[in-house]
Design a protein around this ligand. Structure first.
Ligand SMILES: [Ca+2]
Ligand SMILES: [Ca+2]
Ligand SMILES: [Ca+2]
Ligand SMILES: [Ca+2]
Length: 204
């Protein structure tokens, strides 16, 4: 995994490698995990079952802070404070074991697997957002193997056992949450192999 630095000519010609994976790196997420205003990197290598957390130390250098292992073929990561301790945690969709795995931040940004929720078949993409307007972030997963999404409602300070399943069109690869029709209710957008679909919140 490497970063192309923007030089003064905007040609991004300087490539700096920070991590060499055994298998392919198939997922990247940029987020400031440790509240120092520098975006950090979460990268996933499904074939190694590994997630790598690299911290940005502010001068174009990323250092590997933590790597952790999933059961089988992790494919996507989302970030939220699951247990309300004001430290961000990482949620992984593990497409080989048909689970979502929650790695809690131990306070020093070491992430340990503490919770597992069952998904349908081959959860390929995970995201978080408030889908029922209660100001608590929920977890939503796209299952490429069963043509479905699972919505895990945050029912009580980080308890996600209440699961709703919705059928989708063929092969949902990727999922995101936002309010597409400006009705103040978040909607869910799903990317399939050849199309994009939106689930609008039914306010009736
Ligand atoms: Ca940071
Ligand atoms: Ca937390
Ligand atoms: Ca919610
Ligand atoms: Ca909406």
């Amino acid at each position: 995994m490497s970063v192309h630095l923007n030089n003064s000519h905007d040609d991004f010609s300087v490539q700096v490698t920070f991590y060499r994976a055994l298998g392919e790196v198939q997922f990247l997420k940029l987020i400031d995990l440790n509240n120092d205003y520098y975006l950090d990197i979460i990268a996933i290598c499904p074939f190694d079952s590994k997630t790598i957390v690299l911290f940005n130390i502010g001068n174009g250098t990323f250092i590997i802070h933590n790597t952790f292992t999933s059961d089988s073929f992790p494919h996507s990561a989302a970030v939220m404070d699951v247990n309300n301790d004001e430290k961000l945690d990482i949620i992984i969709s593990d497409s080989g074991s048909n689970n979502i795995e929650i790695f809690l931040n131990n306070g020093n940004y070491v992430f340990n697997k503490e919770l597992i929720y069952e998904a349908d078949i081959a959860p390929r993409s995970v995201t978080v957002g408030d889908v029922n307007n209660d100001d608590k972030l929920d977890i939503v997963v796209a299952n490429i193997g069963s043509d479905s999404i699972n919505i895990y409602l945050n029912t009580n300070n980080g308890d996600f056992h209440y699961k709703i399943t919705l059928p989708t069109n063929s092969e949902p690869f990727s999922i995101a949450i936002m309010d597409f029709n400006d009705d103040k209710q978040n909607d869910i957008v799903v990317a399939h192999r050849n199309e994009v679909g939106v689930f609008y919140t039914d306010c009736s």
